[in-house]
Write a protein that binds this ligand. Sequence first.
Ligand SMILES: Cc1cc2nc3c(=O)[nH]c(=O)nc-3n(C[C@H](O)[C@H](O)[C@H](O)COP(=O)(O)OP(=O)(O)OC[C@H]3O[C@@H](n4cnc5c(N)ncnc54)[C@H](O)[C@@H]3O)c2cc1C
Length: 430
Amino acid sequence: MTEQAFAKRTNWAGNVTFAAADFQLPSSVEELQTAVRNARLVKPVGARHSFNRSADTDGEQFSTGALNRILKLDTTSQTVTVECGILHGHLSVWLNQRGYALHNLASLPHISVAGACATGTHGSGDSNGNLSTAVQSLDLIRPDGELISLARGQHGFAGAVVGIGALGIVARLTLDVEPAFNVAQTVYERLPFVQVQQHFDKITSSGYSVSMFTDWMGDTVNQLWVKRRMGDVVIGDAVQTMAADQSFFGASAAPAERHPLDGHSAENCTAQLGVGGPWHERLPHFRMDFTPSSGQELQAEYFVARGDALAALESIRALRDSIQPLLYISEIRTVAADDLWLSMCYQRDSVALHFTFKPDMPAVLALLPRIERALAPFHPRPHWGKLFTMDSDEVRAGYPRFAEFDKLRRACDPDDKMSNSFLTTLMRQP
Ligand SMILES: Cc1cc2nc3c(=O)[nH]c(=O)nc-3n(C[C@H](O)[C@H](O)[C@H](O)COP(=O)(O)OP(=O)(O)OC[C@H]3O[C@@H](n4cnc5c(N)ncnc54)[C@H](O)[C@@H]3O)c2cc1C
């Protein structure tokens, strides 16, 4: 990589310019082990889709982009083993061709499997854990270069999966798969807020994966995206039924495909209108063959307990006049509880309140504390891959196993080789 290209290295949104003094693109796990062993300070970076400095370092930054092989599909144990840098979108196509599926995907498929798991990245669905919950085992390159394996149930595993790059570099992962399934997606418009208040559970359970998009203004949620597994519903009938009454909790079935932002072209979005298709072409909102190299937006997201969802929504609605000028759109999703120590859904069925903001960092950073104060009574856990301003005490207080995670981190990385400004701030003891 040339000096000039290096100088311009940023994350996808362009709000973080990486400070790494050295940048490498290892092509094998062994090469990466040697480089890690010899480095002073180390940090892996995947597809660069995070919005904070968690992938940054003053030392050597290792892109996992060339570690993208699929190593084994085991149809007996129903698992697939991959290298860390493979994108969900590429893995999904490969799995689907062989009759298999992942349980869920994020809103876009252009993120690396290891990067997504390291931050607790999620899709939606009352019964769906985040994407990290599919990890059955992982191979971790410790900061001294040694490769260790951790499997579900073993000591440290639950701490290592959502590891925000603090323990080492995850070189390979083995993920649970299941038989491929089809999904049909229907978008409804103008869902009355009063229906959300009265029927929240019925609405979020009305499909395998359900998202509400809102700008918080007016009396309606702008759009409701319902992704139904075929088999749960006979798609043709469902569309006809919905088309017949045109109403779903007071919302109307959209007559044409929609983008989450009202008025934007839906050409980059996955197929809608109840037309069934493969899981990986419906579970994300955005298509794999649409590959923006950068995005003019910033994101933040907070997880609260499902039982606090309605009160949390009201707290945000009360701030809407302050939020609206900076906001493109918010998305409300549900995620099932898990047992991964640093997962935002650790032992808490959760509702995730997401904000896609205009790319104005100072204004967004000035607004986030107000959102965080409004959500404080509900003990919000911020997304590890997005922006937040909560201080480390507040963040750590949301994680009952945080001290154990820190102990595990110190055991793996006694010399703080994986440390960076993001982790130093987070790990600072009171
Ligand atoms: C347009 C857009 C849409 C998004 N949609 C969603 C969504 O629907 N749901 C959601 O939850 N999030 C979403 N995100 C956030 C995104 O999923 C996370 O930021 C995710 O971490 C990005 O993966 P990445 O491969 O780009 O990781 P990076 O941003 O490159 O890295 C993220 C973190 O993981 C660490 N890491 C990377 N690789 C490894 C490795 N091999 N071993 C150990 N640590 C590693 C890095 O050091 C860093 O700390 C979205 C982001 C964008 C830009």
